[in-house]
Design a protein around this ligand. Sequence first.
Ligand code: ADP
Ligand code: MG
Length: 402
Amino acid sequence: MRFLTLRDFDYRGKRVLVREDLNVPLRDGNVADETRLVAALGTLRALRDAGARTVVCSHLGRPDGKRDPKLSLRPVGERLAALLGTPVRFVDECVGAKVRAAAEGLADGEILLLENVRFHPEEEKNDPGFAKELAANAERYVNDAFGTAHRAHASTEGVAHVLPAAAGLLMEAELAALSALTDHPQHAYVCAIGGAKIVDKIGVFKHLMTKVDTFCIGGGMGNTFLAANGVDVGKSLRDADLGPAKEILELAAARGVAMLLPGDAVVSKALEDESHAAEALLVEPLGDRMILDIGEATAGVYADAIRKARTVVFNGPMGVYERAAYRDGTRIVGEALAEATRMGATTVVGGGDAAAAAHMLGFAGAVTHVSTGGGATLEFLEGKTLPGVAALEAAASAAQTS
Ligand code: ADP
Ligand code: MG
């Protein structure tokens, strides 16, 4: 690893500023989905048990640099305390004298949560002065916010230049799992890719094109690829511009990468019309019907490819998994991922909806890793450098040379 980790410091009695990604959805002032809180527990427990005086910061939503009571982290702290089984103190600021006093009042093993860092416009501007103010609350910095690592903000990037900095356990696990997909992956290597649109994932196609042997394509983007191949997809959701699909198909052909497209599908006249959902072979015009999931035969072909693979990444559901009638394609692909994992393959699920589908359909626990990052995971798979990670690497090499 090119960055320091939790194991590289002794934290007892030290104030540690921990950047977590506690950006959870709220409903009526309560945490609606605690996945991100659960993901943060490892690092917070490790620091607590190591006797650190932990000061946690995060953003929540998009308050655009202004204080917004609806986006306070206070209720998130309450939920976090319940999950940790220890009290989490809260202070309604993230910089300044009040925070300093609260941080200095911590005993070994205690945890303090600061208010939403995005209440200050300087956070998203990565203002160096603001980074110093945040840093003034602690003697060490731990960045565990993988989901925000693609943003160069004061709490995710700037602080790493001020304090001795290390990656948290979640950050480390995410990077280890995702690196297996990009650095010397084992072959055969399959990317099952779906979701809404190609435009969101052009960069992923282009980067993984240099690594994978096979793409298994489904979802709304599958419709666009089919249309680019001249298939009549009726009223299916598809990108208006077929240019990117054609370009990706040409790139794959030139590289000898297999592009598996659906040969059959679950179709209906409307999303809501689940009772009339039917299997269709994609050989005749669909007319007023639309493709809402890959068909059984296609799912079988994809599952076969996945079961034979040593590395698999699953990004974007194969169909409209939110509805029962269009969920089987994603379920069958998920079951194949689980089977491949049991046979020793490295399997990673990435993308907000793909991860949600994995939890809903019960295969999240049966794969190597389910990534908690949305945009950060996509940018990693696009081969981009994540600023939050780059800052940790810079801090590690600065520590080595000093
Ligand atoms: P991820 O978050 O995993 O990257 P996306 O956000 O790109 O995935 O896409 C997920 C959305 O794509 C889901 O809401 C799903 O309903 C939708 N979708 C999948 N297949 C289809 C389809 N055939 N037609 C319309 N929408 C689809
Ligand atoms: Mg999504």
